[in-house]
Design a protein around this ligand. Structure first.
Ligand code: NAD
Ligand code: MG
Length: 398
C-alpha cells in the first residue's frame, strides 16, 4: 500500500485488555496504521513502554503527578512523546485534526466525553466502551450523525450483528425482525444460585472463554454485561427494546445473530478473540489479518443454547426495564452498577447484593424530564445515581 497515507489512531485506555489487543492488531500492519496518542489511568510504567515502542505524538494520564512520572520515564528512554494530563486532554487527542480513528477502550462512563468529542469531530470511532453509549444513548447517536462520524462496534456481539448487515444502514429497519445476542453465561452458569452470596472477586473474574478487565468480568458473571449490551444494541441498530433478545450459548462461537423478516437467520462465527472485531473496526469495509486462529469445524464442540435463568441472572431484565423507563434510566442503571461492582471488587459488597443495589437505585432515582437533553444533564444524573448507590452499598454491604 505504498503511497496510501497511514491511518493515525488514538487508543484511549491503551493499557487495558482491549487497548493491548488493539496494539497487537496494529503491530501486524505497520504499513497501514500509526499510533497518534495513547492513554492510561494509572499504569505509568506500561504506558512508558508503549510509548517507547509506538512513538506516539501524545500520551495522556489523569493527573499532573502521574504525568510528571511519565515525563521522567520518557526522558530516560529518550522518547519525545508529549505528555498531557486531565480529562480535557482525552477529548483533545480524540478530536485532534490529525487523528483518523479513535479506539474507545476506557472502562465506564468516564469514557463518554472523549467519545462525544471524537463523534463530533467526525472520526472513525471504534466503540468498545459500551458504558459510554449506555449513558449517552440518543445524545451519543446524535453526535455521531451530526459530526459525520463512522461508529464501528467493537463489542463482539455488536460487531457480529454489524457484520451480518449490509453497508447501507437505510436498509436495516426493513430487514430486521429482531436480533439475538449470545451470552456465555459466565463462570456461574451451572452454580446453585443460593451459593452465589459466597462468590469472591477472583472467582467472578475467572471467565470460561474470554480474558478481560475486572469490571467487565464481574458484569459477565452477573450478566449485567449482557444487560448493558441489550441497551447498546438498541442504540447502535435503532431497534425497539423488544427487538433485542438474549440466548445463552456457552461455547461463545456464534457471536450473535440477526433474524430477518423472512425468518432467515444470519450469524457470525469465530474463535472467541477480540482481535477479530478490533481488526474489522480498523479495516472496515475491507478485512485484514487479525492474529486470531480460525475455527476448526471438525474438532468443534457441539453448539448449544439455553434460556437465561431469571433467578440466577436477575440483572438481565433491568435492561428492558431501564429502556422502557424515563429516558436517562439507562444512565442510572449503569452508574449504580459501576458503584456496586467497584464495592464488590473491594469486598465491601457481596456478589448477590450487586443486583439489589442496581434494582433499588433504578427504582428510587427520579429522572428529571430533561435529563438526556445535554451532557451536563446526563453527568448530573450519573452523579446522583452514584451517590444513592454508594449509600445503598453502605446500608446493604458487608
Ligand atoms: P481494562 O480494565 O482492562 O482497561 C481499561 C482501560 O481504561 C485501562 O487502560 C485504564 O487505564 C483505562 N481507564 C480506567 N478507568 C479510567 C478512567 N476513569 N479514565 C480514563 N481511563 C480509564 O478494561 P477492558 O476489558 O479493556 O474493557 C474496556 C472497555 O471495553 C469496557 O467498556 C468493556 O466493557 C469493553 N469491552 C471489553 C471486552 C474485553 O474483551 N476486554 C469485550 C467487549 C467490550
Ligand atoms: Mg460483548
Amino acid at each position: 500500500s505504498s503511497g496510501t497515507p497511514r491511518q493515525r489512531v488514538t487508543v484511549l485506555g491503551s493499557t487495558g485488555s482491549i487497548g493491548t489487543s488493539t496494539l497487537d492488531v496494529l503491530s501486524r500492519h505497520p504499513d497501514r496504521y500509526e499510533v497518534f496518542a495513547l492513554s492510561a489511568h494509572s499504569r505509568v510504567e506500561e504506558l512508558a513502554e508503549q510509548c517507547r515502542v509506538w512513538r506516539p505524538r501524545f500520551a495522556v494520564l489523569p493527573t499532573a503527578e502521574l504525568g510528571c512520572a511519565l515525563v521522567d520515564r520518557l526522558r530516560t528512554l529518550g522518547v519525545s512523546t508529549e505528555v498531557l494530563v486531565g480529562p480535557a486532554a482525552l477529548e483533545e487527542v480524540a478530536a485532534h485534526p490529525d487523528v483518523d480513528s479513535v479506539m474507545a477502550a476506557i472502562v465506564g462512563a468516564a469514557g463518554l466525553p472523549p467519545c462525544l468529542a471524537a463523534a463530533r469531530a467526525g472520526k472513525r470511532l471504534l466503540l468498545a466502551n459500551k458504558e459510554a453509549l449506555v449513558v449517552g444513548g440518543e445524545l451519543f447517536m446524535r453526535a455521531v450523525r451530526e459530526g459525520g462520524a463512522q461508529l464501528l462496534p467493537i463489542d463482539s456481539e455488536h460487531s457480529a450483528i454489524f457484520q451480518c448487515l449490509p453497508e447501507d444502514r437505510g436498509t436495516w429497519a426493513q430487514r430486521i425482525d429482531h436480533i439475538v445476542l449470545t451470552a456465555s453465561g459466565g463462570p456461574f452458569r451451572d452454580r446453585d444460585p443460593k451459593t452465589l452470596r459466597d462468590v469472591t472477586p477472583d472467582q467472578a473474574c475467572a471467565h470460561p472463554n474470554w480474558v478481560m478487565g475486572r469490571k467487565i468480568s464481574v458484569d459477565s458473571a452477573t450478566m449485567m454485561n449482557k444487560a448493558l449490551e441489550v441497551i447498546e444494541a438498541r442504540w447502535l441498530f435503532d431497534l425497539t427494546p423488544r427487538q433485542v433478545k438474549v440466548v445463552i450459548h456457552p461455547q461463545s462461537i456464534i457471536h450473535s445473530m440477526v433474524v430477518c423478516r423472512d425468518a432467515s437467520v444470519l450469524a457470525q462465527l469465530g474463535t472467541p478473540d477480540m482481535r477479530v472485531p478490533i481488526a474489522y473496526g480498523l479495516s472496515w469495509p475491507a478485512r485484514i489479518e487479525s492474529g486470531a486462529s480460525q475455527l476448526d469445524f471438525l474438532t468443534l464442540k457441539p453448539l448449544t443454547f439455553e434460556p437465561a435463568d431469571a433467578e440466577r441472572f436477575p440483572g438481565l431484565q433491568l435492561a428492558w426495564a431501564a429502556l422502557e423507563g424515563t429516558p436517562g434510566s439507562t444512565a442510572v442503571l449503569n452508574a449504580a452498577n459501576e458503584i456496586a461492582v467497584e464495592a464488590f471488587l473491594d469486598r465491601r459488597l457481596r456478589f448477590d447484593q450487586i443486583h439489589a443495589v442496581n434494582a433499588e437505585t433504578l427504582a428510587r432515582i427520579a429522572v428529571p424530564a430533561d435529563a438526556t437533553a445535554s451532557v451536563a444533564g446526563l453527568l448530573d444524573l450519573d452523579a446522583s445515581a452514584r451517590r444513592l448507590a454508594a449509600e445503598l452499598v453502605g446500608r446493604h454491604g458487608v
